[in-house]
Design a protein around this ligand. Sequence first.
Ligand SMILES: C[S@@+](CC[C@H](N)C(=O)[O-])C[C@H]1O[C@@H](n2cnc3c(N)ncnc32)[C@H](O)[C@@H]1O
Length: 364
Amino acid sequence: MRDRREDWDFADLGIKETQASTHFFHHWTAKFIPQIPRRVIERYSKRGDVVLDPFMGCGTTLVEAARLGRDSWGTDVNPLAVKIARAKTAGVRARQLEGFISWLEEAARRPHDHLADSALLFDGSGEWFREDVARAIRAVLDRAQQYRGNTLNLIEVGLSDLLKGMSNARMDRTIPTLPPVPEYTDKKHYDRTVNNETREINAFARLRAQLARMAAALAEFHREAEGTAEPLRRDARHLARAGRRAQLAVTSPPYWSAQNYQKMHLLSFRVLDLKEPGAAEIGRRSRDYLSDMDAVLGQLEEVLDGYFVLVIGESKNGIHEAVRDQCKAHGMRLVDTFRRRIVNQAFFAKAVKNEYVYVFRRSG
Ligand SMILES: C[S@@+](CC[C@H](N)C(=O)[O-])C[C@H]1O[C@@H](n2cnc3c(N)ncnc32)[C@H](O)[C@@H]1O
């Protein structure tokens, strides 16, 4: 056993470190700080090994695996998660992206000349977006249709991350919520007054800045990354059907009462017309949680040859221990346990203060 006092809190890290490389592309609640999978990959795998994250989320593990020269794959049932993971790891057509950014630059200078005729983004979008903002977003989406594959995906992910901030939704709520009147006090940001009718929102300029940062980070990522990353939209309860194997799996499963990713990313789902994962999502119904986790662990037995590292929130009702014991029942030997304070995730830390890093070895 290693020294239990070893520091896994990473309390001194700032946003610069936790959002380095392509990790800043899109917010995703309860995502890892990259330092966790990075340490796990360095310690429990070697070059040439394949790394798996069955609850991939926005792809933190895949990004770090690639940067450390490991091939990786990951699964998630949420189509937005898969889009984000793909945007963070896949190559794009740099020239095309530059062309799109130039168009945005021009549009940002003269927004009124570039607005689309239609302000319709989805049924009822008029409530969520001011007309000029909606027409700018419509213009962006229409223009982006010139592109395909990873380039189009990157543009959509860049836009998606900005949607809530450009909408009428309250800035001090995580789940998009409309204020009763256009002017309100934003309690999360120094009690400043926000007026949705008058505030400055140049959608073209915002997206231009975001995509320029993303393009630079992605180019840097591809200069250093030697491993390939394969984000798959799949249900982890049927992992083996992906027909791939791994020598290390590292993951942070959905929590007991899962984050409602659809509600949180409501505007992205609507604007990008994504399909909700529905019943495939583990954690939605608490009574099915342990049997769903059991199904995933059974599948892991089939695809994994080496270490399994489970990062799971401490819960008063002992769910983390129940899942740990399930792993043992699936023939995994517990070789290390670390308890860490969650200090780098302001929103999440309110609900879950500590988490465990359980390290198992498949003995098979
Ligand atoms: C705690 S998050 C993982 C975050 C990830 N570590 C990251 O850094 O982004 C849990 C993820 O499990 C996904 N999930 C829920 N049910 C699933 C299932 N049946 N198969 C695969 N993924 C699932 C959710 O969509 C969510 O993205």
